[in-house]
Each structure stands twice: as C-alpha cells, then as structure tokens.
Design a protein around this ligand. Sequence first.
Ligand SMILES: Nc1nc2c(c(=O)[nH]1)N[C@H]1C(S)=C(S)[C@@H](COP(=O)(O)O)O[C@H]1N2
Ligand SMILES: [Mo]
Length: 221
Amino acid sequence: MKSKAERIKQMKVPAIDPALAKRLPPGQVLTERFPILHEGDVPEYDMKQWSLRVFGQVDQERTWTYEEIMAMPQTTIHCDIHCVTRWSRFDNSFTGVRFRDFLEAMGIEPRGEYVMLHGDNDYTANVPLRDLLGDDVLLAHSFDGEPLTPKHGWPLRVIVPHLYFWKSVKWLRGIEFLQENQAGFWEQNGFHLNGDPFLEERFSGEALPIPEDEWEKKEFD
Ligand SMILES: Nc1nc2c(c(=O)[nH]1)N[C@H]1C(S)=C(S)[C@@H](COP(=O)(O)O)O[C@H]1N2
Ligand SMILES: [Mo]
C-alpha cells in the first residue's frame, strides 16, 4: 500500500493555469470525467439489512436505518472535488443530509473531537469533528439529482469537499467518535492526516513533487 504514495511522489508536477489557481488547488488537473477510485469490490446490499452505526464517544451507541436517514432534512450542495491523485472536478451537485443536521436530528452529543468514518470494505478515513460541521458536508445519496451509482458510493457516502476526496468515504456504514485523532486507511499508508488540498497536504512524509496521469488510467463516467 505504501507504494501508492511512493508512486505519486515520483510523478511530474503539472503546470497550473494562473486563471484557475484560486479554485484549482496547487498541483491539480481539471477534468470533466468523474473517475472511480476505491480499494476492493463494489459492495452489494440488501437494504433491509443495511444500517449506519454511530459509536465511540457518544452518550448512546445505536444504528440507523436508511429510511430514517432519508426522512431527515435534505440539502443539495454544489462543490468542487479534489483527489490526491491530482484530478479535480468542478461544479458537482450532491444531495443528502448535512452531517450536522444528522447529529441534530439524531440528538447525538459527541464527546470526542475526532471522527473515524467507516465504509465497506473495511475502509476508514479520519476527520476532525469540526471539519464535518460545515454547510457543505453531506451524508450523500444522490449526484446530479439521481441516486449515486453503486461505484460512486450508493447507498450512502460522505462528501467533505474541502479535503482531498479520499476522506469522502463511499459505502458509509459507521461513524465513530474519538477523543484522539487516529489514522485511517490511507493515512496509515503514507498520506496526510488532515488532507487540505489548498495546503497540498498530500503525504505524511516529506513534500515531494507529484503526479499527473495516474487517475487517467482509472475507470470513469
Ligand atoms: N469505502 C471507500 N470509500 C472511498 C474509497 C475506498 O477505497 N473505499 N476511496 C476514496 C478515494 S481515494 C477517492 S478519490 C474517492 C473516489 O470517489 P469516486 O469513485 O466517486 O470518484 O472515494 C474515496 N472513498
Ligand atoms: Mo483518491
């Protein structure tokens, strides 16, 4: 797994169009594709069995059904997304439940300041709680007004537009509140604990020149 970080470090740094610099984070390439990136297979679900588990530093651990989540206040956001493998995609529209509305609707009072997001299959990403409380952080079920495709994370994925897209966990199944920050899957494998694209927080090691075309070889739609 370490090799992914190593490979990206080896890649050439693309030139940035100054006109886009404000909106396009350093070292990113704009694309109109929607690449598909994940570890393992796309999970299949029986939605009668599906649940979202909230656990860790909360007064009461419990699980929620898809119906309960779909009945919460819905928000549509327009955002840019930035993958650490260097593609950025502007003007995406996602619909779902704001993370902070989810906490409110559920009456959840987290005690910890950190969150571990758990997705199938055994994927994790850590995010400080404060990063999840903004207007545009969603538990999303739809893209462009249509249900997410399974490859893009249906039935439920996180969208955290202001961090690299590896933090936007697909096939979300668990939200774990923590007192202390812990490293998730990519964070344990050479990637940055925070992952702010405008600060180019790509790697946990030394900041080296970066990629260009790894993402172009991925599936996309
Ligand atoms: N469950 C899960 N979520 C995941 C991943 C994964 O491997 N498993 N990959 C992450 C990475 S690295 C990226 S770039 C985005 C890609 O989302 P997309 O396939 O919809 O473009 O999903 C993120 N969420
Ligand atoms: Mo990624």
